[in-house]
Design a protein around this ligand. Structure first.
Ligand SMILES: Nc1ncnc2c1ncn2[C@@H]1O[C@H](COP(=O)(O)OP(=O)(O)OP(=O)(O)O)[C@@H](O)[C@H]1O
Ligand SMILES: [Mg+2]
Length: 264
């Protein structure tokens, strides 16, 4: 993966992260080349996220939200600008180090779940552990443990088409968590779910936040964004606003303290 995050000569003194900042971008840009056309998907994004912050990213379709998540998750590299992940200047890492830091530090959840359709829930959750060479006995123990933590202990042998939408997303969340990442990135995790199931998934993110994880979630829905502490809005590839959520400003929690446990 080519990395082109050399210091921008126009901004040689870009601020690096402070000790409690896990994501810091400076003047981050992404230009997609399409034949002789250029698409400016992101331009000049400065974003700073502290350890254990919970951030929602909103914005119209095509504004650059997924592009930003892919850069933050080291799934893609920026055209210009700099990025520090957990204090590491990503531009200074080689491909192996990048893959290692991605697997260790980041868990991804996607709108379309991205599960292997022919594999059981258990096997889907085991996959990241297979990629990093975890021995099979430990893999099974850890995959079962994390599936139980999302209330799917009784559905481990089900394949994705034998699960409801909310259960599929919980398998995907379990897969994102199995490597015990500190940062969870979720791109419209409730986009394919009804609102009740979406609220159950958001309650899980609340739990993960309470356990100390840093969470970034992309959503189109203002009610979903209110689960976060902070709402960053993107327009035309740039940050248009960055404010505390109403929930956070009010010092409260959107999660219902009396909510029923999720049924399997
Ligand atoms: N691989 C690509 N090649 C070329 N252009 C791309 C590519 N991926 C995204 N784009 C363009 O970059 C811009 C930002 O896309 P992005 O997927 O980040 O938007 P988004 O905010 O996530 O939108 P949505 O809400 O619809 O998911 C869009 O104009 C899109 O057409
Ligand atoms: Mg998107």
């Amino acid at each position: 993966m080519p990395l082109e995050t050399a210091p921008d000569p126009n901004h040689p003194t870009a601020d690096g992260p402070t000790a409690d900042e896990v994501i810091v971008t400076s003047e981050l840009c992404k230009i997609y080349e399409m034949g002789d056309q250029q698409v400016n998907a992101l331009c000049g994004v400065d974003l700073r996220v502290r350890h254990n912050e919970y951030v929602a990213i909103m914005g119209p379709s095509g504004s650059g939200k997924t592009t930003l998540m892919n850069l933050i998750g080291c799934l893609d590299s920026p055209t210009r600008g700099r990025y520090w992940l957990n204090g590491h200047d990503v531009s200074r890492l080689n491909d192996d180090e990048l893959a290692r830091i991605r697997n260790k530090e980041i868990g991804f959840v996607f709108q379309t779940f991205n599960l292997l359709s022919r594999a059981t829930a258990l096997h889907n959750v085991e996959l990241p552990l297979i990629y990093n060479g975890t021995p099979s006995e430990e893999r099974i123990v850890r995959a079962k443990e994390v599936l139980e933590s999302v209330q799917l202990g009784s559905r481990m042998t089900h394949k994705p088409n034998e699960l409801s939408g909310g259960q599929r997303q919980r398998v995907a969340i379990a897969r994102a968590l199995v490597n015990r990442p500190s940062i969870i990135l979720a791109d419209e995790p409730t986009g394919n779910l009804d609102s009740k199931t979406g609220d159950e998934i958001m309650a899980l993110f609340d739990d993960l936040h309470a356990q100390g994880n840093t969470i970034l979630i992309v959503t189109h829905e203002p009610e979903i964004a209110e689960y976060a502490q902070r709402i960053v809005t993107i327009h035309d590839g740039a940050i248009a606003s960055d404010r505390p959520s109403r929930r956070h400003a009010a010092g409260g929690s959107k999660a219902d303290p009396h909510r029923r446990p999720i049924s399997p």
